[in-house]
Design a protein around this ligand. Structure first.
Ligand code: V47
Ligand code: SF4
Length: 369
């Protein structure tokens, strides 16, 4: 394949076509691809790499969908099924220090919890811990909450915003094409519905992310088609903050076989995403799924965000993920610095956090020390 042709296209500001993206994926010139993607990331974000002090809460793993790739979910009454009480959730929120910026809350589609459980949870957290930004509910959960509330999509989203929802994570997207979805998550809402929910969320003023679960049964063309659907919605709404490729973790799932993704595939996916998703401000190297070392290398392949401290990650770890369950803030900043980039602590919606340098009023919103 000719990198020159694609390079020329990029230099002249032309968009990559889906065929270009497939071609880039098929190339084994990982260095050439990395250079192109890193140059693009630098145009957008300089040498800055973002991270956030956050904490995950997964209120329940009981889920009516039981996606085949998901080792986290259980049916009601099954071994390992759990549901947190409101007190359990509040205790976890209360454990966040004053510098924590974001709570990331996602869980299973519980068969019995009413809509009021979710609004009470948001309201309870916001009234006790107003400094915490709540990034919660995948588009799949929002679709389910719409059924529980009976209010329709727009009003359900507005009710959640009124209760304290600040933004939405990007989960549940998997591969948006229906052929793959039928094989890996037949009970889940369609890719078209996922897009519809995200469109409604963006129109209601919420920023969201978008993920892609890769490395299972999908083909390269399915990945590119997935990214094309995201790029088209982003052209329309501008509501996406970050694209997050999620490397499939194959253990304890209900899919036959499957192996871990290769480092080559992980880095190519980050790089192709950076080049093809030209309207996404950020590409996240999610260290939980990639492993810390590949996530660090991904910073030279177009990624400009490392997510955060995370704390109590369950979804990847129940599927055999071997990365740590949390990262210290200093260790994250150090990883970024050692990759030759500048660590920038951000809040949930990518504004740099102003940190006091000393007891004086001087602040430095860029370099993390
Ligand atoms: O929706 C489930 C995926 C997602 C497996 O938006 C799996 O900032 C790999 O979306 N192997 C939840 N992936 C996680 C998620 C996320 C994580 C971090 C940050 C953000 C963000 C979003 O995890 C699910 C599903 O797509 N998942 N099982 C598995 N075995
Ligand atoms: Fe349920 Fe989400 Fe797991 Fe699917 S991926 S089974 S919707 S928790």
């Amino acid at each position: 394949m000719s990198f020159r042709r694609i390079e020329k296209k990029l230099i002249s500001g032309k968009r990559l076509s889906p065929q270009d993206a497939v071609e880039l994926y098929r190339s084994d010139d990982i260095f050439g691809l990395g250079l192109l993607a890193d140059a693009r990331a630098r145009e957008l974000n300089g040498d800055r790499v973002y991270f956030v002090r956050n904490r995950h809460i997964n209120p329940t793993n009981i889920c009516i969908n039981r996606c085949r790739f998901c080792a986290f979910s259980r049916s009601r009454g099954e071994d390992g099924a759990y549901e947190m009480t409101m007190d359990d959730i509040m205790r976890r929120a209360s454990e966040c220090g004053p510098d924590t910026r974001e709570l990331h809350i996602v869980g299973g589609l519980h068969p019995d919890w009413p809509f009021s459980f979710y609004t009470d949870m948001l309201g309870g957290i916001k009234s006790r811990f107003p400094h915490l930004h709540i990034k919660a509910f995948t588009a799949v959960e929002i679709d389910y909450l719409t059924k529980l509330s009976g209010l329709g999509l727009r009003k359900t989203i507005n009710a959640l915003i009124d209760a304290g929802l600040g933004s939405m994570p990007g989960g549940g997207a998997e591969i948006l094409g229906q052929g793959v979805r039928r094989k890996i998550c037949p009970e889940k809402v369609s890719g078209a519905r996922w897009i519809e929910v995200m469109r409604a969320a963006h129109k209601a003023g919420l920023k969201t992310n978008a993920t892609m679960l890769y490395g299972h049964v999908e083909k390269i063309e399915d990945r590119v088609d997935h990214m094309l659907k995201l790029r088209e919605l982003q052209d329309e709404t501008g509501g996406f903050n970050a694209f997050i490729p999620l490397a499939y973790q194959p253990e304890n799932t209900r899919m036959d076989g499957g192996s871990r993704t290769s480092a080559f595939d992980d880095l190519k996916t980050i790089a192709v995403a950076r080049l093809f998703l030209d309207n996404f401000p950020h590409i996240k190297a999610y260290w939980v799924m990639l492993g810390v070392k590949i996530a660090q290398i991904a910073l030279s392949f177009g990624a400009d965000d490392m997510d955060g401290t995370v704390i109590e990650e369950k979804i990847a770890h129940m599927a055999g993920g071997s990365s740590p369950e949390a990262m210290e803030i200093g260790a994250l900043a150090d990883l970024i610095r050692r990759a030759g980039k500048t660590p920038v602590e951000r809040n949930a919606v990518y504004n740099p956090v102003e940190r006091k340098r000393s007891t004086t009023t001087a602040t430095d919103s860029r370099a993390y020390e």
